[in-house]
Design a binder for this molecule. Structure first.
Ligand code: BGC
Length: 261
């Protein structure tokens, strides 16, 4: 194979999904692979599944970078929080663990940061300067902040306190499902105060709304009364994988430059 593609791997609550990414096209280079997340999703168990995904795409990837997303704060390769995943992730040196297992450099990032980067490069945030806040509505709420195209990592604005509650415990789409809220109830009583609080704090130029529920965005985004333009994400469930591949490539390039200095 003459062209090698970076690999993006998105670790979610129900599935671990990966695909080689064509960074020119901003899309998967081949069909993605999805393996169910192990029931007891400890770092070791998840690493084994990630290794299977990497093996599967070995030929297509060549020696290109590998980017992995985790639904928690990831600082310098170490997982710091685990709001919706097994608590054994906290303190896990995930980059080292994966590199030892795979014998290859790995870049591990927060899932919402990766999804945001995907949207910034190839989706709804493309070409938008200024301050952009990407939110992912799912089991929890993930956020990615960009100023003039530069990511401020690990923003964790899903946990701001709104009306005395950790925002994601009221406004995530899992809460809509659990409490059987209609789109209207969810939009007016949960999303409205959340996005209003966010815009009062940050004064963004644009909100992008991702997560599985964004496919139904016309059911709830028009109901929001906020001053900031708000649009649905465009890459849908491809954003995390694509963003992880972009971030891994950028990080590897930067590390390469450092070694040359
Ligand atoms: C976590 C974030 C994550 C988001 C979406 C939140 O509970 O704290 O790190 O990005 O869920 O998975």
């Amino acid at each position: 194979m003459s062209t090698a593609y970076p690999l993006g791997i998105d670790v979610g609550g129900s599935g671990i999904k990966g695909a080689p990414v064509d960074l020119e096209a901003g899309d998967f280079a081949t069909k993605r692979l999805r393996i169910p997340t192990p029931e007891v999703s400890t770092p070791e168990a998840v690493c084994e599944v990630i290794a299977q995904v990497v093996d599967h795409f070995d030929e297509v990837r060549g020696s290109s970078p590998i980017g992995v997303t985790i639904p928690g704060v990831v600082q310098h390769g170490v997982v710091k929080t685990a709001a919706n995943i097994d608590k054994s992730w906290i303190g896990c040196e995930i980059e080292t663990l994966l590199e030892d297992r795979l014998h290859h450099d790995v870049v591990v990032v927060n899932d919402a940061d990766a999804a945001g980067v995907g949207e910034l490069h190839f989706g709804a945030a493309k070409g938008h300067d200024g301050l952009v806040v990407v939110t992912t509505l799912g089991t929890g709420i993930g956020t990615a902040i960009f100023n003039e195209g530069v990511l401020v990592p690990n923003s964790e604005l899903g946990h701001i306190v709104v009306d005395g509650h950790d925002a994601e415990t009221r406004a995530a789409s899992s809460v809509k499902t659990r409490e059987e809220l209609s789109y209207e109830e969810w939009a007016t009583t949960r999303l409205q105060p959340y996005y209003r609080a966010l815009e009062d704090l940050l004064w963004p130029d644009l909100f992008v709304v991702g997560g599985g529920v964004s496919k139904d965005s016309e059911e709830f985004l028009p109901l929001l009364d906020i001053r900031t333009p708000i649009v649905p994400a465009e890459l849908k469930n491809r954003a995390g994988i694509i963003g992880a591949a972009v971030l891994a490539t950028k990080t590897q390039d930067a590390r390469g430059r450092h070694t040359e200095d």
